[in-house]
Design a protein around this ligand. Structure first.
Ligand SMILES: C[S@@+](CC[C@H](N)C(=O)[O-])C[C@H]1O[C@@H](n2cnc3c(N)ncnc32)[C@H](O)[C@@H]1O
Length: 348
């Protein structure tokens, strides 16, 4: 399987050639089957270019469902058991996709609303402004484990837990690819910021991201930027060419965020290892937050008055709890005053 490539072809044929359980994440931005017809004009009379391309045309809803069933089944086959899939759609198709996916056994982990901060108005004023799209994040089946880089997303969200409503502008400015006449090359080019959040949320560096509807290559560009591999499939040669040029200009940025430093768990260290390694000595004292002492025993347990036990057991008893984390509770005396024993664990 060739990585970091865009295959020019129909995904219904090309997906079949990819080995089963071989990709870590899928982002699918399929035709929406918007069923738009006629010209759409802005209030000043200029024409608004919506999605009227032939790739968005299907005979009817039944034909659309059959198409989606085929590519979704292939995606399910080639997704690794611990992988996950994102699909994006609008009110015209997202309910159909969600229904089909649940029927196939996919398990919806989250529904995410992408609120478009700069959505165009409803020009005629005949309906509400359509200012969001919906994403479904799913694992292959209920109970399967999946990657979720919680701390990385929290860091990107200014230290606050990330929610399921994302405020991101539609793709404009220099990011938007243009044709020779200066018009937008693709009607539905997705913003890179959206793909960054998605890829960072559920992949690790070096993993493989597949996009069966690659369009202008947004998924490939962002995957490369973040140090992930990609495989894209796109039927229209003009988009494939534009996507290849776009991706060739990207240089990976490997930093704390793309490497998921925030989500790296500290190596498991037992308290007795601190004593064994000489970071603390038998006979030294640990202190409670109100400065009561407990003596360290040679086997790494603590003795406080008549009580003896592990750092966790004594922390629980002294706080009247059933369980407690001794690393968060006990202090040592240093030249700075009293500090958490966790600093020694980190040093070791
Ligand atoms: C909604 S757009 C994807 C846009 C893309 N996410 C981007 O940021 O540019 C859907 C794309 O799927 C392509 N497409 C439609 N049917 C396809 C098929 N059967 N196989 C491969 N590509 C297809 C269309 O040409 C179109 O570029």
């Amino acid at each position: 399987m060739k990585l970091d490539t865009i295959i020019c072809g129909d995904c219904l044929n090309e997906l079949k050639k990819i080995p089963e359980k071989s990709v870590d994440m899928i982002f699918a931005d399929p035709p929406y089957f918007m069923q738009t017809s006629g010209d759409l004009n802005r209030s000043d009379g200029t024409r608004f270019k919506g999605v009227q391309e032939t790739w968005d045309h299907f005979e009817d809803l039944h034909a659309y469902d059959n198409f989606c069933k085929s590519w979704l089944l292939e995606c399910r086959r080639l997704l690794k058991p611990k992988g996950s899939i994102w699909v994006i759609g609008s009110f015209q198709n997202i309910y159909r996709l969600g229904y089909l996916m649940q029927e196939m056994g996919f398990w919806i982990l989250n529904e995410v609303v992408w609120r478009k901060t700069n959505a165009p108005p409803n020009f005629m004023g005949t309906r509400l402004q359509s200012s969001h799209e919906t994403l479904l994040w799913c694992s292959p089946k209920k109970g399967s484990s999946y990657t979720f880089n919680y701390q990385t997303l929290k860091a990107l969200n200014g230290g606050k837990q990330e929610s399921s409503v994302w405020d991101i502008g539609i793709c404009i400015g220099p990011e938007r690819l243009k044709d020779k006449e200066g018009h937008k090359l693709h009607a539905t080019q997705k913003p890179e910021q959206l793909l960054q959040k998605i890829i960072l949320s559920c992949t690790k560096p070096g993993e493989i991201v597949l996009d069966p509807f690659m369009g202008t290559g947004t998924t490939g560009a962002v995957a490369k930027l973040l140090g992930r591999h990609f495989i894209g499939i796109e039927r229209e040669p003009k988009y494939v060419e534009a996507a290849r040029i776009r991706i060739s200009k990207i240089t990976p940025v490997l930093n704390e965020i793309s490497r998921l430093e925030k989500d790296k768990k500290p190596q498991k260290i037992l308290f007795k290892q601190l004593v064994k390694k000489g970071a603390l000595l038998a006979g030294d004292f640990l202190y409670t937050p109100n400065k009561k002492r407990a003596k360290i025993l040679p086997d790494g347990r603590l003795k406080a008055g008549r009580l003896t036990g592990s750092i966790h057991q004594l922390a629980a008893i002294l706080q009247n709890k059933t369980v407690a984390n001794g690393w968060d509770y006990w202090l040592i005396k240093t030249e700075k005053g009293f500090e958490s024993i966790d600093i020694l664990r980190k040093k070791v």
